[in-house]
Design a protein around this ligand. Structure first.
Ligand code: PLP
Length: 575
């Protein structure tokens, strides 16, 4: 077993180490870092970066072993099949399954849960049966069950959380009864970061004969999993969240259960015998659930990821991740503006894994995430595919810092310093805006004015500041005008649009959003379209306008799509 040395471990991740500006080691000095273009990757809960061995595995497979698996009798296929099945055995050992037959390859956690719901759920659930889901589940562990409940007449019940954010055991016990057929729960929520009392929950669910489905998407990379010891019926996870490739996932199921389940998809390799004259019979486990050509290169690369991570002392990795978590959590806790603490953590107490979710009072999550992005810091903002949890917490979304064992204390310090700088800039820009007000009145040449303002700014950081300044100049819509009718769908944050047409057929639009960055972008869009006729609106070349401003390439695809949705809506209104 290799001793875990953070610096050497980090060296294995080329994107993290070699990313443009990261050849400069990140330290606390902002001036040093601002001159380069770094990447501080704190979005590991979404997907982790990949080590060299995983990347190399793709090259090696396609250069030396590419063939389809299980189907052909030639040597190359045998070579590919051996490597492919070797990866399955690695997973079996990694989670301590009893047999390789219990390991089914899928595309990821989402597909694994869909497989269980559509095959097992559809078979056993009847009208009035109950499926219990934890309140903090990811949509991947909610929606498949909602779909199946609709088809079977089963009812979904919700397991509440305790004050620390874990599934509440007494409340869970009260939900259990003879109608409880399935219990689905994340080992760890992707927002809360606290380990659920999974063994106790499983034992309680079993006491009423329910089948247990555990979503390990956020757990597997952070601590060892022993499916026999926790005694769950199903355990699911994705390769890409544990240093492996995208497009590969695992469904672990107890063999006896898997044997009773009908196939999920039909096709090649999942059959024993197909005939038009007699019923089709199915292959043995695990192949019964693996229709079609699988992601062979991905599965083999995943095997390498498991080999990679298993080589290190897991306790040392966990201890390092804990120290990173404490450092980041405390630094956020101490963050203040005018001596007022401004961070609210999504749930009480230090998380068990390096996933820290929070909001900053007076700031929209998307504004902070975009501002951090301009410093090369990648964190996630939004509802994190856990809308019911957001509703329960009474927030529209939050910021999430999710760390991996290749992250460093220096990166956290850089992140905190940038956050401080952004918060300080916010108050400066309020002043700048006050000075500017009155100069930027409604004006037919508004779009040219925007272009002129942007011409002077070169870096994305400066452009970002300019957008935020413009956002402050956008007149806010009345609360009454921000309603379902005026809401623009397709935006990451809430945005509303209203229009008026005068007797000369000139259109005037007003828009608003709950995020400052979106208000800035709305200002830019309205500058292009306001006080024009329908013909002028249709004729305006918005693409080259955005290109001139250098905007779209810096916006996330979802935010870029949101802006394009607004443009479409305006054009639609001006038909
Ligand atoms: N479950 C949890 C707890 C997750 O965090 C995620 C992804 O973030 C998923 C399920 C879905 O995983 P995938 O998109 O890899 O299928």
């Amino acid at each position: 077993m290799k001793k875990f040395k953070p610096a050497l471990f980090r060296q294995q991740f080329p994107l993290v180490v070699n990313y443009e500006g990261n050849t400069l080691s990140i330290n606390n000095s902002l001036s040093q870092i601002e001159s380069s273009s770094p990447l501080v990757y704190f979005d590991n809960g979404a997907t982790t970066q990949k080590p060299n061995c995983v990347i190399d595995s793709y090259h090696s497979f396609y250069q030396t072993a590419n063939a389809n698996v299980h189907r052909s009798s030639h040597a190359l296929s045998a070579k590919a099949t051996t490597a492919f099945e070797h990866a399955r055995k690695r997973v079996k050992t990694f989670i301590n399954a009893k047999s390789y037959k219990e390991i089914i390859w899928t595309k990821g956690t989402t597909e694994s849960i869909n497989l269980i719901a559509m095959s097992f759920g559809r078979k056993i659930l009847k009208q009035g049966d109950e499926v219990i889901l934890a309140l903090s589940e990811h949509h991947a562990n909610i929606v498949p069950w909602q779909l199946i409940a609709e088809q079977t007449g089963a009812v979904i019940k919700i397991a509440e959380l305790d004050v620390m954010g874990r599934v509440d055991l007494p409340a869970f016990e009260r939900l259990l009864n003879s109608k409880t057929k399935v219990f689905c729960c994340a080992h760890l929520s992707n927002v809360i970061g606290k380990i659920n009392p999974i063994s106790e929950l499983i034992q309680m669910a079993k006491s009423v004969g329910a089948i247990t489905v555990i979503d390990g998407a956020q757990a597997v990379v952070h601590f060892p999993i022993d499916v026999q010891s926790i005694d769950c019926d199903f355990y699911v996870f994705s390769a890409h969240k544990m240093y492996g490739p995208t497009g590969v996932g695992v469904l672990y199921g107890k063999q006896a259960l898997l044997e009773t389940m009908p196939p999920y998809q039909g096709g090649g390799e999942m059959i024993k015998q197909v005939s038009f004259n007699s019923p089709t019979t199915f292959n043995s486990l695990p192949f019964k659930f693996e229709a079609g050509t699988p992601n062979i290169a991905g599965v083999i690369a995943f095997g390498k990821a498991i080999e990679f991570i298993s080589a290190y002392n897991a306790k040392q990795i966990r201890e390092y991740e804990k120290q990173l978590t404490i450092h980041c959590y405390q630094a956020l806790q101490n963050l203040s503006v005018s001596s007022k603490k401004i961070v609210t953590f999504t749930v009480q107490g230090l998380p068990d894994i390096p996933v820290i979710c929070f909001t900053l009072s007076g700031h929209h999550n998307h504004d902070i995430a975009t501002a951090l992005d301009s410093y090369g810091i990648a964190i996630r903002s939004g509802h994190h595919c856990a809308m019911p949890l957001m509703e329960y917490l009474n927030i529209s979304g939050c910021l999430r810092v999710s760390l991996a064992a290749y992250n460093t204390f220096e990166e956290i310090n850089y992140f905190i310093n940038c956050l401080k700088k952004i918060l300080a800039q916010e108050s400066d820009s309020s002043l700048a805006c006050a000075n500017n007000n009155g100069k930027n009145e409604k004006n037919e040449q508004a779009s040219s004015l925007v272009i002129t303002q942007f011409a002077a700014v070169k870096s994305w950081d400066a452009r970002h500041r300019q957008i935020m300044l413009l956002g402050k100049q956008l007149n806010r819509l009345d609360k009454s005008a921000r309603n379902e009718q005026t809401l623009i769908s397709g935006c990451e944050s809430l945005a509303w649009l209203v229009t008026q047409k005068n007797r000369h057929n000139i259109f005037h639009f007003q828009a608003d959003s709950d995020a400052k960055i979106i208000r800035g972008l709305l200002f830019i869009v309205l500058a292009a379209f306001n006080d024009k006729t329908a013909e002028q609106i249709q004729a305006f070349d918005i693409e080259s306008y955005f290109n001139t401003l250098g905007l779209i390439q810096h916006l996330s695809p979802s935010r870029g799509n949101g802006i394009l949705a607004i443009v479409d809506k305006i054009k639609g209104m001006a038909q």
